[in-house]
Design a protein around this ligand. Structure first.
Ligand SMILES: O=C(O)C(=O)Cc1ccccc1
Length: 288
């Protein structure tokens, strides 16, 4: 049975995504994104699942930076799922003043306007996951709340006090499925939405039109890009690398062609994965 690790504890969005994607496996919860990726690196687990990007808040930098700088793993699948954030309270809560609201930084950011309007006095407390925030509320009592999903409420015996508090409706998150040693995935029967390839490009130095030339290598081959993001190399101010998602599977002609062209300019190109992308609808039991 494959060992599949995920950002836990129970009731996280990552766990919801794992339940929706995998047919079977032995599922192991980790308290943080680095802990999950380190477990993949050590071989304690075969597969890791971590959040990658949110439609409202953007990339999960901790995941991207850890994959680039700390571990050597390939993205072997990704899934996009809808995200509904709810305000979760202790079962004994009866309208008491809320002094602290706990959640993952992305969940808090997805509800900023709501929190500003309704709970301007509450201290916002960041936790490693929404599931962890729900655990804190279960143990701390009626003066605190968490932002999380219906599963976190169920798993921790909390009440949904206000459903759907995210500021924008079309809220989705992409999750990355990563492995160190490639093994087949046993996924449910979801249609593959698209095949993608992610590459990391570093530039030799800042020269006129450098990024234009990088993009041109993909453009004239008619390779569609669905995302480009720059992140610090962590070697000095102004040193950045680019992460580029290409909307097609790796092949032995176009990608080596791009690599050779970019290397001639002094760039380096590293393949981070070529993988199926699943769009999974998880119906919410909580009314809009
Ligand atoms: O904290 C969680 O539940 C996660 O899985 C990370 C996350 C946080 C907010 C939106 C989507 C995923």
């Amino acid at each position: 049975m494959q060992r599949i690790g995920y950002l836990g504890p129970k009731g996280t969005f990552t766990k919801m995504a794992v339940d929706a994607l995998f047919e079977k496996g032995s599922f192991i919860s980790y308290d943080s994104i680095p802990a999950c990726l380190d477990a993949v690196e050590r071989g304690d687990i075969d597969t890791g699942v971590v959040p990658l990007e949110n439609a409202i808040e953007g990339s999960v930098h901790l995941t991207i930076d850890y994959l680039i700088h700390q571990v050597d793993q390939a993205v072997i699948a990704e899934m996009t799922v809808p995200i509904k954030q709810h305000l979760l309270v202790h079962p004994d809560y009866n309208g008491e003043n809320l002094t602290h609201i706990y959640s993952h930084s992305h969940a808090i950011a997805q509800c900023h306007q709501y929190l500003y309007k309704h709970y301007p006095e509450a201290e916002l407390e960041y936790t490693a996951s929404t599931g962890r925030a729900a655990e804190v509320v279960a143990s701390e009592g009626v003066h605190v709340a968490a932002i999380g999903n219906h599963l976190a409420a169920e798993e921790n015996g909390l009440k949904i006090f206000t459903p759907n508090i995210h500021d924008y409706d079309n809220n989705h998150t992409r999750f990355a499925v990563v492995q160190k040693k490639k093994q087949p995935l046993e996924v449910k029967n979801h249609p593959v939405t698209t095949q993608k390839t992610t590459v990391m490009v570093t530039l030799p130095k800042d020269f006129v039109g450098a990024l234009h030339q990088v993009l041109a290598a993909f453009a004239w081959r008619k390779m569609n890009l669905s995302k480009i993001e720059s992140r610090p190399m962590k070697t000095g101010l102004g040193n950045y690398f680019f992460l580029i998602d290409v909307d097609q599977p790796y092949d032995e002609v176009l990608f080596p062609g791009v690599k050779a062209e970019l290397e001639a300019l002094g760039c380096t190109l590293k393949l981070l994965g070529t993988y199926p992308s699943y769009n999974i609808d998880i119906p919410s039991p909580v009314c809009q």
